[in-house]
Design a protein around this ligand. Structure first.
Ligand SMILES: [Fe+2]
Ligand SMILES: [Fe+2]
Length: 307
């Protein structure tokens, strides 16, 4: 069930995208994807990222409703990728006094996407450990380079103990999708940020000193309970540790004979007592799922055959 309730003064203003064909034009998303965005209402109002162009109207409506006649003071830019940043230009046009909050890299890249004439006056440059005071709410900035782009940063709101985790802890699937978090979060993780395990580890280290009650990512459900489960998964994945005992065999076979050999291999391993053997046909199955499974299981082998 869709749960977008955060607190009295922090609201969800994102949108679900159920009819997207391929996320990032490459990943199949049978249950769509959500573009999350949030707003913190205090003496100062901060919008936490915008969303993809595909859902601009819905997002603007949510934003206006949450603002309830007030004007936003800050737009926090955690990530410049267009699925989150597309509406920066819209916001600047609509709210001429809004300040844009990012780090040095954010503002180095931003002119590649937007032509904002008065950017110098409008920008608030933050670095690791800086705090933005909104009133009762205080945002601590945590630089998270390469989780998923070089300019990514996360924010920790100290009064409500909420971590705004950018693409971290994200998942495919709209918010009303009732499915296991691990499976689609793992596929998302290994395909989107999987090669940056070292950088994910360094963010987890910084986060370990924080008392986190809730994680608000830019995709997928808001995580409210059992946070050690999700953080534990990220720890395993980013250390490239084995998550599940088992063997993964991926086969690509032009005439089907190599696939038959792999089936036989699976039978032999099972007869010999292998707890779980997963056989995938790369010619037909989702490559993103294959990448996920390669990392997941203790032993993986890939067989390519012409015969
Ligand atoms: Fe991203
Ligand atoms: Fe994203």
């Amino acid at each position: 069930m869709k749960d977008t309730i955060i607190s009295k003064n922090i609201k969800y203003i994102g949108a679900d995208d159920k009819d997207i064909d391929l996320f990032e034009n490459q990943y199949i998303v049978p249950n769509g994807v959500s573009y999350n965005s949030y707003i913190i209402i205090d003496e100062k109002i901060a919008i936490m990222d915008t969303i993809d162009k595909r859902k601009t109207n819905e997002w603007l409506q949510n934003l206006e409703e949450a603002l309830n006649g007030r004007l936003p003071d800050y737009l926090i830019i955690s990530h410049l990728e267009p699925d989150h940043a597309y509406n920066i230009g819209t916001v600047v046009e609509k709210y001429p006094n809004i300040k844009l909050v990012g780090n040095n890299k954010t503002f180095a890249f931003l002119p590649q996407f937007f032509d904002i004439e008065d950017l110098e006056q409008r920008k608030v440059v933050v670095k690791d450990g800086d705090i933005l005071d909104l009133g009762e709410h205080k945002l601590h900035f945590i630089m998270a380079p390469m989780v998923h782009w070089p300019e990514v940063m996360m924010e920790y709101e100290e009064s409500e103990k909420i971590l705004f985790s950018a693409d971290g802890f994200g998942k495919f699937g709209t918010l009303d999708t009732d499915e296991d978090w691990d499976c689609e979060a793992r596929r998302y993780y290994f395909n989107i940020v999987g090669k940056y395990g070292v950088q994910v580890q360094s963010v987890l280290k910084k986060a370990s000193s924080l008392d986190i009650k809730m994680i608000c990512p830019l995709h997928g459900p808001i995580l409210k309970e059992n946070l050690s489960h999700y953080i534990g998964k990220y720890d395993i994945w980013s250390k490239y540790e084995v998550e599940s005992d088992g063997v993964y065999i991926a086969s690509a076979s032009i005439h089907g004979n190599t696939y038959k050999v792999c089936e036989e291999l699976k039978n032999i391993l099972e007869e010999k007592g292998a707890s779980k053997v997963v056989l995938a046909d790369l010619s037909k199955e989702d490559f993103a799922e294959a990448i996920e499974d390669c990392f997941r299981y203790r032993k993986s082998s890939i067989c390519f055959g012409y015969i």
